[in-house]
Design a protein. Structure first.
Length: 173
């Protein structure tokens, strides 16, 4: 499979993870979700989840098990976020490696194609999920307004490079 195909998410949501609704999960026959943490759920240097994330997690948890799988090596940070959300987690995942993603998917006991990998990064979250055969969902990053410019540049570069490699990256309606 070409790198462009591996960088192509199955679904691109315009907006944050909060736009991922139970109806979307139903439409794509998803039974579980693996969630990236940094900038998918919580801005990078912030330790607390937002007030609007808590009801989102509760609504999705009613229809699908959730796991947090983060590249962040700060066990304390990821544990704190996971505890706040009452979710199982894996820190230091090393995405785009598939190893720890596979562990979360196996814990859910669903076929890999029925589990969505949700993240804000093409070269870690989407690439890892596609390499494992998951349904990949790209969301816009949740960024700290004080760091928006720096993070936006990195995101723009990833999008540009992915498109140069053949990914179309057009949002789904």
């Amino acid at each position: 499979m070409s790198l462009g195909k591996l960088l192509q998410p199955n679904l691109i949501l315009p907006g944050s993870i909060l736009k991922l609704t139970p109806e979307v999960l139903d439409r794509y026959h998803l039974k579980g979700l693996v969630l990236d943490v940094d900038e998918t759920l919580v801005p990078f240097r912030m330790a607390d989840v937002s007030e609007e994330l808590l009801p989102w997690v509760e609504a999705i948890r009613q229809i699908a098990p959730l796991w947090l799988v983060s590249n962040n090596i700060s066990e304390a940070r990821i544990r704190r976020i996971a505890k706040t959300l009452s979710l199982p987690y894996i820190a230091g995942a090393g995405k785009p490696s598939r190893r720890k993603l596979r562990r979360a998917v196996e814990a859910m006991n669903f076929p890999v194609e029925q589990v969505g990998m949700v993240g804000d990064r093409l070269f870690t979250d989407v690439l890892a999920g596609n390499r494992l055969g998951m349904f990949t969902i790209l969301v816009e990053p949740m960024v700290n307004p004080n760091e928006a410019m720096r993070r936006s540049s990195l995101h723009s570069f990833e999008v540009w490079l992915s498109q140069a490699l053949g990914a179309s990256l057009m949002p789904h309606k």
